[in-house]
Ligand binder design. Structure first.
Ligand code: SF4
Length: 483
């Protein structure tokens, strides 16, 4: 039996499918949704009585009930070995309208492959589909205290001027053929080929099983070259080190230049003058180092939230005052803690001096702009705080500093590993998404476990904030050492 997710994974990378097919992991969604979306959609469509499909239902279960309901929610179907689950089916006489759900606010690309497979299975089983609908979330909808489903959802049956059912029918796809390929697949007879999934969200978990020869690559391997179209080609041509990069095959950006120079210069490249100048604007005291954590909600859970908005639930702050003393503050809230977050931030942050964060523009500053919209009474203060932010990633992303131990990785974690003995590995929570998943559990645990989660969250976020200080101090040392 194969699901649409199997087909998609196999088409993305046959080896990835093969390696992961027997893995059973708990799915942890990136988007938070405390509400049951199928239940919300039932209310949206005005469904009071319906057929409800369950896991492993045979086709007969639907066909035995085909005349008994107007609405069918998550019925399951099998055609040969292809199994599909249809979110909603609406019977109109002898035909059906089917409805898919898009879990986002802007349809970047229609999932035509999934829709085509579903439609084909239904048609092969003799089910006549009259129309196809797609529901997604209205990005302009703002929760005014109670969810208004009419405004929350958008339901369409056409996309860019064309009917969805026509777009789906135009797509030609033979799942029998792919299933045959999956069944006959033999990993020992295929050579791994690099593809987008190898490094999509970091390194694929099977990378070194596919490319074991790269396991012992040096820190300045040509494969660590960033934003490069040609690094694999250079590697295949026998170029092993950044210092030997074929200049004709470089895109020529500043970071690549810094990488090549670091490889030629005992592993470190520093644009001394420019870095020193950049650091000058951070010389005032107090100086603050801050890190936020937040969770993103698919459905706006609280007033003044829109679909996909976030709730900032934590910050950790270190600051060095005028006397050179370091202070530490943290905040962790629960539920709708946006106001407490803002008030604690305004209270704890020194009233002046630079504030450092990593990727500040797209993270902390953006969050503060959003909070200023939600709480106009604090907007001026928050805008003033935003103006004091400096992004600590800039020296690295602008190619002022490159250490080959970064191995093409520009995360704060990597930099902390390089410039200090501190390690995230010893923490109970050791990455951002893990922090979010832990926070989601606070409400579901007893007081003791909740307190433990809060302590772990504080430890993790505090290391990020302290890591900013460590990297800042390292940058200063680099300018001093290189004088
Ligand atoms: S490393 Fe690349 S080729 Fe290997 S399984 Fe992962 S995605 Fe597929």
């Amino acid at each position: 039996m194969y699901h649409i997710s199997d087909i998609k994974k196999f088409l993305r990378c046959d080896r990835l499918y093969w390696y992961s097919k027997d893995e059973s992991g708990v799915f942890k969604p990136y988007l938070r949704s405390d509400e049951n979306i199928a239940e919300l959609l039932k209310n949206y469509f005005g469904i009071s009585d319906c057929f409800e499909g369950v896991r492993n239902d045979p086709n007969e279960r639907f066909f035995n009930e085909i005349d008994n309901y107007e609405w069918y929610v998550h019925p399951r179907f099998m055609d040969g070995e292809m199994r599909v689950n249809v979110p909603f089916m609406h019977r109109i006489d002898d035909q059906f309208d089917i409805c898919f759900v898009y879990y986002g606010v802007q349809i970047k690309e229609l999932d035509l492959l999934s829709y085509r497979i579903t439609l084909k299975v239904l048609e092969r089983l003799g089910i006549c589909v009259r129309d196809i609908y797609l529901v997604y979330f209205n990005e302009d909808y703002e929760n005014e205290g109670q969810l208004d489903l009419e405004k929350l959802f958008v339901c369409i049956n056409s996309y860019k001027g064309k009917r969805l059912i026509d777009l789906v029918r135009e797509k030609d796809f033979d799942y029998d053929e792919v299933i045959e390929r999956i069944k006959n697949y033999n990993i020992d007879q295929t050579k791994p080929k690099k593809n987008r999934s190898c490094r999509l969200n970091g390194l694929c978990g099977y990378y070194f099983e596919c490319f074991p020869e790269e396991k012992d690559e040096p820190d300045d391997s040509i494969l660590t070259l960033v934003t490069s179209q040609n690094k694999n080609k250079m590697y295949a041509d026998g170029i092993r080190f950044l210092k030997d990069a074929d200049l004709e095959q470089l895109e020529g950006n500043r970071v690549q230049y810094a990488q090549v120079m670091a490889s030629r210069n005992n592993g470190l490249y520093v644009e001394k003058m420019v870095l020193a100048e950049w650091l000058k604007k951070l010389s005032a005291r107090p100086i603050s180092f801050i890190d936020f954590e937040w969770d993103r909600y698919l459905i706006p859970a609280y007033p003044k939230m829109r679909p996909m908005d976030v709730v900032c639930f934590e910050f950790a702050l270190y600051y060095i005052d005028e006397q050179g003393r370091m202070e530490h503050r943290t905040f962790v809230g629960t539920g709708d803690c946006r106001r407490e977050f803002v008030e604690a931030l305004i209270d704890y942050l020194p009233k002046n001096g630079p504030i450092l964060a990593y990727n500040a523009e797209g993270a902390e500053c953006l969050r503060l702009k959003e909070l200023g919209e939600v709480f106009p009474e604090y907007k001026n203060k928050l805008d003033g705080i935003i103006e004091r932010f400096t992004d600590l990633a800039i020296p690295f992303t602008d190619g002022l500093v490159y250490d080959i131990r970064m191995q093409g990785n520009f995360t704060l974690k990597r930099l902390v590993d390089i410039c200090s003995d501190y390690s995230y590995k010893d923490l109970d929570i050791d990455d951002g998404m893990e922090a979010v998943f832990s926070w989601r559990n606070i409400d579901k645990t007893d007081e003791e476990q909740g307190n433990e989660i809060v302590e772990n969250l504080k430890e993790y976020c505090s290391l990020d904030a302290y890591g900013l200080f460590l990297v800042y101090r390292w940058l200063i040392e680099l300018t001093v050492e290189s004088k």
